[in-house]
Design a protein around this ligand. Structure first.
Ligand code: SAM
Ligand code: DTB
Ligand code: SF4
Length: 340
């Protein structure tokens, strides 16, 4: 079990010592030159009843976002095909819900089955789940469920009041019990202290089993949200948090998640050195701009990093070959374009 004291001690290490330790641990468990590539699609956008202060999709803030109802299955499957074609191994679908309605479960199960048939890993993030809903998604074959703890238990009530930290932990428990892999992480730049960052990582690392995937997001400041004028986080503090996460959760994938469009190449490279080995690729996150795809291809190429392959039941590795090909021939543009 990790303590706050131990975690803060890691944060206090000299930067080079911390990075060296993280990189050593990283190399014990992963190929340092491989990157897991996920693609995101918002399957239901905006008009969310929750009050998460960072989120452009909350109905409480005037963010100039066009709401969209749940997408039609054909639209989702077409986007998944393009993601596969671009070389992604995982397709993540997000909905701006507090929780899914039971009446939508058969539809969501159908989507999971169809996306899996394409030879992609599936991930959904739909808000809070009941134990029964988690079981239904598991039965459909959902590989990952994303549900972030976002920050420390102490700082959390300053950011969200419409559901509790314990609600989130309960959903993670139902997902785990149903046999779905957990994707859970947080956001930096909410106004939290280093102690809060340590608190978040302690919560994640001390779960009965740490999440298989840990997204570390940098706040995307969206006009109209209460956090629109937050201070930027120092890139070194961001890199340090990745390194501490890597040390505390040696076998989890750490995703350098939202915020890459505001990071220079050197910051991203240091995040990869600190142990980040997963990214969202594609022009859009859920509702905001992602890092430029051509720049991503160039950056990975410059660093000699290639996409990880997902070995499907059919042994289908062709999609990774696609992205490798595109990384090496940056002029071919076959990339996925999410809805504008
Ligand atoms: N509505 C569901 C929920 O909140 O559980 C799923 C979608 S929600 C948009 C998924 C995650 O995106 C949030 O938990 C949060 O960590 C992240 N997120 C949302 N807005 C963000 C922003 N402006 N910057 C960085 N991350 C953000
Ligand atoms: C996660 O941790 N980050 C992603 C994904 N999980 C669903 C979402 C980032 C959203 C950034 C703001 C937006 O594009 O709306
Ligand atoms: Fe709604 Fe999820 Fe955004 Fe919170 S983070 S406002 S629950 S879409």
């Amino acid at each position: 079990m990790w303590t706050i004291h131990q975690t803060v001690a890691l944060f206090n290490l000299p930067f080079m010592d911390l990075l060296y330790q993280a990189q050593q641990i990283h190399r014990q468990h992963f190929d340092p030159n491989k990157m897991q590539i996920s693609m995101l699609l918002s399957i239901k956008t905006g008009a969310c009843p929750e009050d998460c202060q960072y989120c452009p999709q909350s109905a409480r803030y005037q963010t100039h976002l066009e709401s969209e109802k749940l997408l039609a299955a054909e639209q989702i499957i077409a986007a998944a095909k393009q993601a596969k074609h671009s070389g992604a191994t995982r397709f993540c679908m997000g909905a701006a819900w507090r929780n899914p309605n039971n009446r939508d479960m058969p539809y969501l199960q159908y989507i999971v089955t169809e996306v899996k048939k394409l030879g992609l890993e599936t991930c959904m993030t739909l808000g809070m789940l009941t134990a029964e809903q988690a079981t239904q998604l598991a039965q459909a074959g959902l590989d990952y469920y994303n549900h972030n703890l976002d920050t420390s238990p102490e700082f959390y009530p300053h950011i969200i009041t419409t559901r509790t930290y314990q609600d989130r932990l309960n959903t993670l428990e139902y997902v785990r019990q149903a046999g779905i892999k957990i994707c859970s992480g947080g956001i930096l730049g909410l106004g939290e202290s280093e102690q809060d960052r340590a608190g978040l990582l302690v919560q994640l690392a001390n779960l009965p089993k740490p999440p298989e995937s840990v997204p570390i997001n940098m706040l995307v400041k969206v006009l109209g949200t209460p956090l629109e004028n937050n201070q930027d986080i120092d890139p070194f503090d961001f890199i340090k948090t990745i390194a501490v996460a890597r040390i505390m959760m040696p076998t989890s994938y750490i995703r350098l998640s939202a915020g890459r469009s505001k990071m220079n190449e050197q910051t991203q490279a240091l995040c990869f050195m600190a142990g980040a080995n997963s990214i969202f690729y594609g022009c859009k996150l859920l509702t905001t701009k992602n890092a430029d795809q051509d720049n991503d291809k160039q950056l990975l190429k410059k660093l000699g990093i290639t996409p990880e392959t997902y070995k499907t039941a059919q042994g289908d590795n062709e999609q990774s070959a696609q992205l490798i090909d595109q990384l090496c021939h940056a002029d071919t543009d076959l990339f996925y374009n999410a809805a504008p």
